[in-house]
Design a protein around this ligand. Structure first.
Ligand code: AGP
Length: 610
């Protein structure tokens, strides 16, 4: 995610842009920049790192004007440095663009534009848009027409704001995926990634829908549909306070991030398969079939929630690679003198890319000659800088201490990696294409599943007084039971344990009584019948059974105390759906218990010390 803002009106635009970027910094903060149109053209100032670096630069290089745009970056394409910081410009420097999202077909467009003589100066996908508009204007189109024609050639997800220094006072904003809202002021109009930056100037907001674009000046905002027809969109009156606005109306970042998972999952798989050939590829990770064939073992090193995604990754990768896969906590791996050599692949899984134990485990592996890759959510973090290859989860900044969207996007990363391995091993392309199709509909299934939020909140009201919880799952769902237990522990402070369902009879069943809620994942997998008998043993001892099952599983409704039905999907993708009810259950129980959901006691978002 990135934060974008554009302003046209009568105020000194630099404070408007900087103030807005401050409210958007939670969306991304690895570099930032602003563009201001003055009498003589457009001035652009950019800086790597936090927003304060840009402010310091602007203190020495004052910009004056009442029309401009700003951007705070969460890099997806191109390292987070000043040169790749937005805004980006065309060859003339007059057309200026800022962007949130991924232009999936930027490579072929860039090659075409380079053939037409355009000189690119950055590694970003965004720069393509500025040159594409320029090329259309060279062909005789006016700025607005050139933008209209260019938008029709873009594939992918984008929120774009575009201006032309030769036509000061006109801002064009286009939305396809990531959010874009317009604030309607008096003699001024403002566009931004979300509501927070707008509230200082207006409460009358227009939300752009996918495929739409808006043309704004200081007097009016016109909205158009994908086929260039005017759209009559009534403004909404926003009554949020500024803090609520940063959470887009959600009470906590954690709840907002739970609801962002459809977008985050989509942004993690988007642009990772060539449509025509069905080939899986990663920008920052390449193996040849020969290189892959050399690996005799894989070690996955992680902590906490990332360790749970690593356990799911083991299932997916072992199935695909048919070589031994070990999963270990960073804090254990770093001291156990693991058996590692140049034929070992080590994968460090870490949302922050800075977890001390995971980094130390990765360093240990590197020292022993392993090939090292990382699945990480933060570009430029320590884990990415030390790795030979990287799979980025494009979840966007995760602010809530309890990890949610980072976890589900890690599961997507492992799913893609397993397909990539199948591809390297020469597996049937149709099977890989089918597997990608099943992944492509997961965002929609997440949105469907989230419609049960009220039902899950009611379950939270029913069970929030429990002193203990047990979470059960088998096979690929055992790690999901562990993750559900961790969510419950870390935000509601209720003691909770995750167990393989088949392990109950070896001791834990002694815990079962009418005061112990048992949350079980019982979707249709090859061990479904085994899980059913485990749950009947639990029920026979008066355990309170909350079962996460497939939609329409009438069998489960017969003996569970409560069920949460989730959409059907293939077994390797079920964990992505099965974990979400557990995230919501923990959230609403924590809420009922008056806990600090976003900053739970004793915890930090990233444990950068041993
Ligand atoms: C999960 O909800 C916790 N916040 C914690 O377990 C976290 O997953 C762990 O500290 C690892 O963090 P990382 O993914 O940034 O390495």
């Amino acid at each position: 995610m990135c934060g974008i803002i554009g302003y046209v009106g009568n105020r000194d635009v630099v404070p408007v842009l900087l103030g807005g970027l401050k409210k958007l910094e939670y969306r991304g903060y690895d570099s930032a920049g602003i563009a201001v149109v003055n009498g003589q053209g457009v001035d652009v100032v950019r800086a790597e790192g936090k927003l304060t670096n840009l402010e310091n630069k602007l203190a020495e290089h004052e910009l004056k004007g009442t029309f401009g745009m700003g951007h705070t970056r969460w890099a997806t394409h191109g390292k987070p440095n000043e040169n790749n910081a937005h805004p980006h410009r065309d060859c003339t420097g007059d057309i200026v663009v800022i962007h949130n999202g991924i232009i999936e077909n930027f490579l072929p467009l860039k090659q075409q534009l380079q053939k037409q003589g355009h000189k690119f100066t950055t590694e970003t996908d965004t720069e393509v848009v500025a040159h594409l508009i320029e090329e259309k204007m060279k062909g005789g189109s006016k700025f607005v027409e050139a933008v209209r024609a260019s938008l029709k050639e873009l594939d992918g997800h984008y929120a774009l704001v575009m201006i032309n220094a030769k036509e000061p006072g006109t801002i064009i904003a286009a939305k396809q995926g990531p959010p874009l809202v317009l604030g309607l002021g008096d003699g001024e109009n403002i566009v931004a990634s979300d509501v927070a930056p707008l509230l200082a100037y207006t409460r009358d907001i227009i939300y752009l829908e996918d495929g739409e674009y808006a043309i704004a000046n200081d007097k009016k905002v016109d909205v158009f549909s994908q086929d260039d027809k005017p759209v009559n969109r009534e403004p909404k009156r926003i009554l949020w306070d500024a803090v609520m606005a940063e959470k887009e109306g959600y009470r906590h970042y954690m709840l907002k991030e739970i609801h962002e998972q459809a977008r985050a999952v989509r942004d993690t798989f988007n642009g990772r398969m060539f449509e025509e050939s069905g080939e899986i590829y990663f920008n920052d990770l390449q193996f040849t079939p020969e290189e892959w064939a050399k690996f005799q073992r894989v070690h996955i090193v992680a902590c906490g929630t990332s360790w749970h995604s690593a356990l799911v990754g083991k299932f997916l990768l072992e199935e695909a690679a048919r070589i031994p896969i070990e999963v270990d906590y960073g804090s254990e791996y770093r001291y156990r003198n693991p058996i590692v050599d140049e034929n070992t692949l080590v994968i460090g899984v870490t949302q922050s890319g800075e977890t001390a134990d995971t980094i130390a485990g990765m360093q240990e592996a590197k020292k022993k000659g392993a090939r090292l890759i990382t699945i990480c959510n933060v570009i430029g973090s320590a884990a990415t800088r030390m790795s030979d290859g990287i799979i980025y989860t494009n979840a966007g900044p995760e602010i809530g201490v309890a990890s949610t969207k980072a976890f589900t996007t890690q599961l997507v990363a492992f799913y893609l990696l397993a397909l990539y391995v199948r591809q390297l091993r020469g597996e049937n392309k149709d099977d890989i294409r089918y597997a990608m199709h099943e992944l492509s509909v997961i965002p929609h299934k997440i949105e469907t599943l989230l419609k049960q939020e009220k039902h899950i909140e009611q379950l939270a009201n029913k069970y929030h007084r429990a002193q203990d919880f047990l979470f059960l799952g088998r096979g690929v769902h055992y790690p999901i039971a562990l993750e559900g237990a961790l969510k419950m522990k870390e935000i509601s402070y209720i003691h909770a344990e995750g167990y393989p369902a088949g392990e109950m009879k070896h001791g834990p069943i002694a815990l079962i009584d009418e005061n112990l809620p048992v949350v079980a994942v019982a979707t249709h997998t090859p061990v479904y019948d085994k899980v059913v008998s485990n749950l009947q043993e639990t029920k026979a001892r008066d355990g309170k059974l909350i079962v996460i099952c497939d939609e329409g599983d009438e069998e489960m409704k017969k003996f569970a105390d409560d069920v949460i039905e989730i959409p059907w999907t293939i077994e390797p993708l079920q964990p992505i759906l099965a974990v979400i009810p557990q995230q919501l259950l923990a959230y609403y129980i924590a809420l009922r218990r008056g806990c600090d959901v976003d900053q739970p006691r004793n915890l930090a978002k990233s444990v950068t010390v041993e």
